[in-house]
Ligand binder design. Structure first.
Ligand code: SF4
Length: 265
């Protein structure tokens, strides 16, 4: 399979230079290298600029309602364990209205991969503060500085029980592709926080702003420095933060059903 095999005829409706293009390219390349049959691929999204990605990749994809991609994807995966099921959405969709579902997925450990297009704004609705925008920051389309504290997606994922937590940069397509491949191959819930500029509304976190701050972890931090690395803000680490093997939801269910059978006999 080639990246081209995952293209659709849909017109890509993102602003020129948007970080979503990097994610789209990396995801197509990852799917091609893993030879995932588009007939066995489902990408589920909620609402937001990035959620349109479901139209641009061949698969049996679903564009669902705001914040509800994870529960829809969970049902699809549990009913069809042979499918590769991904969730794609912005930080507003997944960590704002969808935050409860994000936490529930970490606790359940269903075999889904969550790609957070993290640009710290609600781009589709004209640039309001998103959940990951730091407090005190005022962007182009905002009347006042943000008065909310920011959500840290990595810390929330860790606290929720995710056993695969990584961060990437949308314009580093090769590195992002490798992380996405690793997430797809991991058995269980995986989250990739993808930092990406919104060139239209986020006039602080530009490509140059990120490039001055990002650096790559050589390996996942050990337990004593994991929280410190996840909390870093002046310099921004990228790469794998945490990866562990844990029993998945379907394995636990199979065990429970088996035990109940024993009780009946
Ligand atoms: Fe991308 Fe921002 Fe344009 Fe939306 S508004 S397509 S996030 S650049």
């Amino acid at each position: 399979m080639k990246e081209y095999d995952y293209k659709t005829d849909a017109w890509v409706q993102w602003c020129p230079g948007c970080g979503n293009y990097g994610v789209l390219s990396a995801l197509r390349k990852a799917l091609a290298e893993l030879k995932i049959d588009p007939k066995k691929l489902v990408i589920v999204s909620g609402i937001g600029c990035s959620s349109r990605i479901v139209y641009y990749i061949r698969g049996s994809n679903v564009h669902t309602v705001h914040g509800r991609a994870i529960p829809v994807a969970s049902g699809i995966k549990l009913a069809n364990p042979g499918l590769t099921v991904l969730v794609a959405g912005g930080d507003g969709d997944i960590l704002g209205i969808g935050a409860g579902h994000f936490v529930a997925l970490g606790r359940r450990n269903i075999d889904l991969k969550v790609l957070i297009h993290d640009n710290a704004v609600y781009g589709l609705t004209k640039g309001q503060a998103g959940p990951t925008l730091p407090s005190g920051v005022k962007l182009r389309a905002m009347n006042y500085a943000n008065i909310h504290e920011a959500v840290n997606p990595l810390l929330l994922a860790l606290a929720s029980g995710y056993a695969f937590i990584a961060r990437a940069f949308a314009y580093h397509v090769k590195e992002l592709k490798e992380i996405i491949k690793e997430a797809i191959l991991h058995r269980g819930s995986a989250v990739v926080d993808i930092l990406q500029p919104c060139v239209t509304y986020n006039d602080l976190m530009t490509r140059e702003w990120f490039e001055k701050r990002i650096y790559y972890l050589e390996s996942p931090p050990n337990e004593s420095e994991l929280l410190q690395r996840m909390k870093e803000v002046d310099r921004i680490p990228l790469g794998m933060f945490y990866k562990a093997e844990k029993e998945t939801f379907d394995q636990k269910m199979a065990l429970m059903v088996g035990k109940n059978k024993d009780l009946k006999t």
